[in-house]
Design a protein around this ligand. Structure first.
Ligand code: ZN
Length: 483
């Protein structure tokens, strides 16, 4: 009985133990089921990240941790890095792949990282250098600039510079579309300068020997003197009456010009009609005309109210009208020769007088009056008549006996052969008019000689001379007789 009880008791203990064990195991299993313990994979930092270009990137990784509902993490997490390399200098999206092997199973996770460039390029404007300020003359000289971008690097070469009235606008856009605009406000001073004429735009002066342009000034908007760059066209001949124009031109680097025009009027000096006995007197005499040049000579003489003497010929029939005009305008008319043919007129007294009388008739036709004034062809001292010995001695006496007055000269212009230059004629005359009475020989058949007359007159009037026409009582300036 005891043995049986003992066995029963042992069975009961084992059973109890087993059932307790089962209960514990059941409870533990329940606990495991309730806790739901498992591995969790977490993408740290999120699945998509945006980074600024150049910003450094520390991969936060992927975390694997064991978690349960009842009991939290029981193990240190494992950080897994991406298997791809990330390039922070590459714009746009890069996808990073993470490979996780968990309990022999592969898991792949992805993270999208977008690299963006939101930084604008930087434009730096260099300062305007001294002496290169914008000006009308040289325009705008770009002082220079630079453009730098964090992504595109040096962008200086593609900066667009736009010139406006008062500023320059620079713009550049980087490859990400970031635009930078910079402005350079221009200092003033680009307006066109004005040429200021000293003495005014209209000047009148009396004919004289010399004239100096009163000058001009021109400054630009910065106050700089530009006068050295001005070109002057035109000139004034102060001893020739008339209208003159001087044009002052300033041209800039772009071919644009500003000009100023000066009108200069040289007015003839009207000689007084009064005769001044104390004044040095010049008798201008013109031989061998009238000719093509005589009308213009008469015009000059009229402008200055200067009277002269014409010893005329009949050699230019088209201009014989000038004899009458000269006479009516107060000039003296004298006989020179109808033909001026030495071989004919000095061949005999008869030949001389025949020629002489034709000349007198011509004067009478043109003026309505005869004259007592005359000049021998070649002058009274001529030797061209030597082929007829003594003819000049005889003629001078005969003519004087007949009441004629012959005139030689004491100043020669040289226009009969020495020179054909107007300036030289002028100098020959004025350098020889040193006495109180000058009888000047010129020929109004020589254009270059006629052209010197106005200057001679202006010189004379400016130097206290008077010009008079020869009269019967005037100084004859006789040469010696050589034949
Ligand atoms: Zn002559």
């Amino acid at each position: 009985m005891a043995k049986g009880k003992k066995q029963k008791k042992i069975r009961s203990i084992i059973w109890g133990f087993a059932s307790g064990l089962i209960t514990v195991l059941m409870l533990m299993t329940l606990l495991v089921i309730l806790d739901g313990r498992h591995n969790e994979i977490v993408m740290l930092g999120g699945e998509s990240i945006t980074l600024e270009y150049g910003e450094s990137f520390e991969d936060p990784g992927v975390e694997i941790r064991e978690v349960g509902r009842v009991f939290p993490t029981t193990k240190e997490p494992v950080i897994v890095s991406a298997i791809d390399a990330f390039d922070p200098t590459r714009l746009g999206m890069q996808r990073l792949e993470y490979l996780i092997v968990d309990n022999g199973r592969e898991h792949r996770l992805y993270r999208d990282i977008t690299v963006v460039d939101t930084q604008k390029p930087v434009i730096e404007l260099l300062p305007i250098r001294e002496g290169q300020e914008p000006s009308w003359m040289h325009g705008y000289i770009e002082p220079g600039f630079t453009a730098e971008d964090n992504v595109d690097g040096d962008m200086t070469g593609i900066v667009e510079a736009t010139m406006l009235d008062d500023r320059v606008v620079y713009s550049v856009t980087d490859s990400s579309g970031n635009e930078t605009v910079a402005e350079r406000v221009l200092p003033g001073g680009m307006e066109a300068p004005v040429i200021e004429l000293a003495g005014g735009a209209d000047i009148s002066l009396q004919a004289c020997m010399s004239w100096d342009d009163p000058g001009f000034s021109v400054v630009d908007g910065l106050g700089r003197d530009l006068s050295a760059a001005v070109s002057v066209e035109g000139s004034v001949t102060p001893y020739r009456s008339g209208e003159y124009e001087m044009v002052y031109t300033l041209t800039n680097d772009f071919g644009e010009s500003v000009t100023a025009t000066r009108h200069v009027t040289v007015e003839p000096v009207q000689q007084s009609d009064t005769v001044y006995p104390e004044r040095k007197t010049i008798y201008l005499t013109f031989d061998d005309g009238p000719s093509y040049y005589t009308p213009q000579l008469l015009d000059v003489l009229a402008r200055y109210n200067v009277k002269v003497t014409f010893f005329i010929t009949g050699n230019h029939p088209d201009y014989v009208d000038c004899i009458g005009r000269a006479y009516r305008e107060g000039h003296s008319i004298g006989v020179h020769s109808y033909t001026h043919n030495y071989w004919n007129i000095y061949a005999s007294e008869d030949a001389f007088f025949e020629d002489f009388n034709k000349c007198e008739d011509l004067i009478y036709e043109q003026t309505g009056a005869y004259t007592k004034l005359f000049r021998f062809p070649g002058g009274s001292s001529n030797t061209v008549s030597n082929f007829n010995p003594g003819i000049m001695s005889r003629l001078t006496k005969t003519m004087t006996d007949m009441g004629y007055y012959y005139f030689d000269w004491n100043v020669t212009s040289g226009d009969a052969g020495e020179t054909t230059d107007t300036d030289q004629v002028y100098w020959n005359v004025i350098s020889a008019c040193t006495g109180n009475v000058s009888v000047v020989l010129q020929h109004d058949i020589k254009g270059f000689s006629v052209a010197a007359v106005e200057r001679i007159i202006v010189w004379g009037l400016n130097n206290g001379y008077q010009f008079l026409p020869l009269e019967e009582s005037s100084y004859g300036a006789h040469h010696g007789i050589n034949n």
